[in-house]
Design a protein around this ligand. Sequence first.
Ligand code: SAM
Length: 238
Amino acid sequence: MSNLSSSFKAKPGKLYIIATPIGNLEDITIRAIGILQTCDIIACENINKSKRLLLYYGITAQLTTYREQNECEKAIELADKINSGNSVAVISEAGTPAISDPGFRLVRECRHRQLPVIPLPGANAAVSALSISGLPSDGFLFAGFLPPRKSARVKFFAKYLDFEYSIIYYESVHRIDKFIDDLISVVGKERVICVARELTKTFESINVGSVMYVKEKLQSQATKGEYVVIVSKEGFKL
Ligand code: SAM
């Protein structure tokens, strides 16, 4: 990456929101690597996890932790640094910062102070899953993680029972079975869903069909990993 043009170099006094891979380390843009190599500070959710990516691309910038637990104070501190001329890049553990990940508070702080915020687009689990699901994708609702309580989950499903677009959820391996059971209890067995597991990774698996069909498929497969669930408005038709 030594032949990068100047447009790939971080500029003073700017915040860069940088998407990183959701699995495959090579799913990152050339421009993102350039900015990460040349910025003053990289604010990352988890230094140890990010080191794998940063080492892979020979990135040695100063690292600082910016995560849910310190987001508010850290947003002020980093905005101060940007205001005094530093270039700061934010990355999360995976995918696009600020999307079910830290980032929003720092971006908002910079917007309040009229400091420049630059997006470096790239991997995102929700959009990746939607793009290969075959479910209607003209419009969609990104719901992220639902609350862990069954009653809250069921209430949400009921509220959006007749919603006119596909709805995208993130879910953890610990709750995926309960999620599907609660979904069936509200929408029935025929609604079409897509469950995308471990996207871009070695054990990527995609199941699309009626909720009941997908439930049975999941029961016969390995479950470890990260999940995106997309719920369509309709029953199955090809
Ligand atoms: N900021 C990330 C993005 O842009 O997609 C999302 C981060 S959120 C904390 C993590 C959740 O995203 C996981 O629990 C899972 O629901 C989803 N996810 C992330 N990577 C994934 C992958 N490779 N395959 C499937 N789902 C994934």
